[in-house]
Design a protein around this ligand. Structure first.
Ligand code: DGL
Length: 262
């Protein structure tokens, strides 16, 4: 098969990576997408680093059998360990964290909060990549043990979600009154309205857009854009079809998805 006609593989621990699919759909409307949502292993953020790397290799192996030309690691937790597997494949593997860190550096933000899973924050990945570009930017991580799994349940108006966001945003802002906070987990923009309501003075940065831009730039530079009209969107997931349908609707993703259980 022509390399440019191959699909883009997207992986996440669950529904969160659909926030990246939304941006890919806008920027790369001719691309075929094959998505893997690993709901049965969600939340990733409470697992060990070795376990996440093992899961990432297995998921990339699954996507590799679907005629892909690239893998988009939509999961921050997996991206925080990408250096342990990104060189092992014959196609590019895209981190969600690197382009978000570059955004912070390019916009010369003096300080930034990052709310993410426990493992993402523990790896210090955001801080390291931002400091590679500018060591003067203050980076404050705020880990949440529960939020990704709560969002993955699909009941977005749950009090538990508002409570978890309130506790963590208050904890972060009381110690460090930052003006910008990165959604350091792809599940979080799905409940972005709650974050904005809890912290109205904060500007939230969604790394999904920066990652999709990085993918689009790469495909253009390497003449890998799909030039055929029309595209497909397959979701392979181990969760609830109804939750996927709810998130697709909530994010207003227009491409009809075929949802497969694995
Ligand atoms: N959505 C993923 C992330 O961006 C993982 C959340 C989880 O499963 O803990 O980190």
């Amino acid at each position: 098969m022509n390399e440019n006609r191959k699909k883009i593989g997207v992986l996440d621990s669950g529904v969160g990576g659909l926030t990246v699919v939304k941006e890919l759909e806008q920027l790369l409307p001719n691309e075929d997408i094959v998505y893997f949502g690993d709901n049965k292993n969600c939340p990733y953020g409470n697992r060990t680093a070795d376990n996440i790397v093992e899961i990432a290799r297995s998921t990339i192996g699954f996507l590799q059998n679907k005629d892909i030309k690239a893998v988009v690691v939509a999961c921050n937790t997996t991206s925080s360990l990408i250096h342990r597997f990104e060189k092992d494949y014959p196609f590019p593997i895209f981190s969600i964290i690197k382009p978000a860190a570059q955004y912070v550096v390019q916009h010369k933000l003096p300080s930034i909060g990052v709310i993410g899973t426990e493992l993402t924050i523990k790896t210090g990945c955001y801080e390291r990549l931002i400091h590679d570009g500018n060591a003067d930017i203050a980076v404050y991580g705020e880990p949440s043990h529960n939020l990704a799994a709560l969002v993955d349940c699909g009941r977005f108006d749950m009090t538990a979600i508002t409570d978890e966001i309130t506790v963590h945003m208050n904890h972060l802002l009381e110690q460090h009154p930052v003006k910008h906070v990165i959604y350091g987990c792809t599940h979080y923009p799905i409940v972005g309205e709650v974050f904005e309501c809890v912290a109205p003075g904060v500007q939230f940065i969604n790394p999904a857009l920066e990652q999709a831009r990085a993918v689009a730039d790469y495909l253009k530079e390497h003449s890998l854009l799909n030039d055929t009209a029309g595209h497909s969107f397959d979701i392979y997931m181990s969760g609830s079809k109804a939750v996927y349908e709810a998130v697709l609707q909530r994010l207003q993703i227009k491409t009809p998805a075929i949802i497969h259980s694995v």
